[in-house]
Ligand binder design. Sequence first.
Ligand code: HEC
Length: 169
Amino acid sequence: MSKPNSSDPNAVPNWRLFIALVKFTLFTIVLAFSYLLLEDSIDEWINRKPIPIVKTVKRNRITDDIPWDKVVNGIHVRSGLYDDPNVQTIIGACTSCHSSKLIIQNKATREGWEQMIRWMQKTQNLSDLGESEPIILDYLAKYYAPKKEGRRTNIDMDAIEWYVLDLEQ
Ligand code: HEC
């Protein structure tokens, strides 16, 4: 009378086992495909070279995401140069060999800037700037001019060490 297997309350039905097997197989297939898709990135990640932190921050986070035409408070953000209708001319002519920081750090009259350009042309292979040159010089002389020297500061009379001039010598 008794059918021991089918009436056992703890027995796992065959269809459940089957579904578990199908799930496992699907999972394995998905995993295998994901690996195939990600193989290159995983390999790259495993074989990655240590990157100097400063460089990553500078290149990826701060400048590379900023659009080329973004301007904040009159500063062209990616180059740090003063914004101007001609700023792209300066960027094109002056930032291929060195950072725009070299420009920002300097101040000179139009003649001074011209001399720097001549110096780069003579010694650093800077090519002839053609009709851009006056545009570039105007820009540099306008935004990176020497600061006007103000009146000299007052003499601090208490700080001076007075001495008697010896006229006999
Ligand atoms: C062909 C490459 C090249 C181009 C293009 C170039 N420069 Fe230079 N420039 C140099 C080199 C090289 C130096 C020296 C860098 C150093 O000393 O580290 C230099 C130095 C400078 C300096 C620093 C000078 C000093 O006395 O310290 C300034 C300012 C400068 N460049 C401005 C400009 C401007 C403005 C332009 C665009 C007209 C420009 N550069 C385009 C190569 C170039």
